[in-house]
Design a protein around this ligand. Sequence first.
Ligand code: NAD
Length: 374
Amino acid sequence: MTKQLTVKYNDVPIYDIILEKDFSNFLSVFDTIRKEQGIENRNQPMFLNKKVCIVSDSEVSSHYIKDIIKSLRDHVKEIKTFTFTAGESSKNLDTVYNLYDMLIENNFDRKDILIALGGGVVGDLTGYTAATYLRGVSFIQVPTSLLAMVDSSIGGKTGVDFHAYKNMIGAFHQPKAVYINLSTLNSLTDRQFNSGLGEIIKHGLIKDYDYYQWIDANKEAIKSKDLSVLMEMIDRSCAIKRDVVEKDPKELGERALLNFGHTLGHAIEKLMEFKLLHGECVTLGMVAAGFISYQRGGITKEQLIDMERLFDYFNMPIRINGLLADEILQVASHDKKMESGKLKFILLSRIGNAVIDTTVTRDELIGAIQYILN
Ligand SMILES: NC(=O)c1ccc[n+]([C@@H]2O[C@H](COP(=O)([O-])OP(=O)(O)OC[C@H]3O[C@@H](n4cnc5c(N)ncnc54)[C@H](O)[C@@H]3O)[C@@H](O)[C@H]2O)c1
């Protein structure tokens, strides 16, 4: 059932994304390092003369850290674990300092490896620590939330929040491998699963009409977490994210298309004080951006309503109350996507194709926000 994708920069392979239904092939995450060191066989005992630190959160570690330790035990020099309280509130420099302390106390050096086992919070924080500890050590992504599998684990964006500012401190640092065990989705709550689906539907909307139709046609199987359908879906979404980041590794151009729904979504996320999940806010942002796309003739009214129906099928919010259009706009305008005084907005020129637009007017934005307000 294995699937594998390779991420390349300038045609040079950098790392593999490995999709499995369990952890039995976990040692394959060391293949790049193993080959670099001329080690022949990954199954021989102690084949890596390295220490490994598994970083995870309180929720995910209780389910899966034992499996990872078991598969590594006989093959690496030493295994340490570092666990922090689950949730966005841990994604800060305090947690990074604690992790630095632990690595220093245990004499981790530049040849040693960090493993990020968890959702986007664990991946971003571990990646940032790996980017900065001793000017950069290797790390491996083991994403366990749907959002992390198809989005945050790919592309090398790492970072932490700083006071109220999300992802304010960060670095680009590519992992040595991404290992996705689909079965970990069984312990994820339905709400978190659906939140990740928001990003997946976004991939179809911005890049691939066939894929969008495929998601719609397979929605029952997706909802019931049919493993072979999830495998195809995650493989296709990872390929879309991979293709975008390969063309624009440092987010200077096309990668901005992945921000479809994010400008207004982030503003709603902030104003709701993170009571709604990221994917839920992005869904609301996508409906609003879809509304402007419809008004500009990019998509039809029927297509906008179909989009909303699909989000609604997965219990994603498509309308919100308790906020004012003006306050959403004000927060969005201060968002980092403001470029030379102009709001950079992602619209659909058709289903399956997104474009960057800097001409969206204040009236259009107010109209779109009013559309999603109850
Ligand atoms: N680096 C990037 O390119 C990028 C892209 C998108 C989002 N992000 C970041 O990702 C973060 C959001 O990621 P997330 O939604 O995965 O959040 P998260 O890491 O907080 O995970 C959500 C919750 O699900 C739990 N969880 C994760 N996997 C589980 C599993 N298999 N079983 C049971 N529980 C599980 C976690 O413990 C947590 O409570 C944000 O901080 C966001 O900024 C980064």
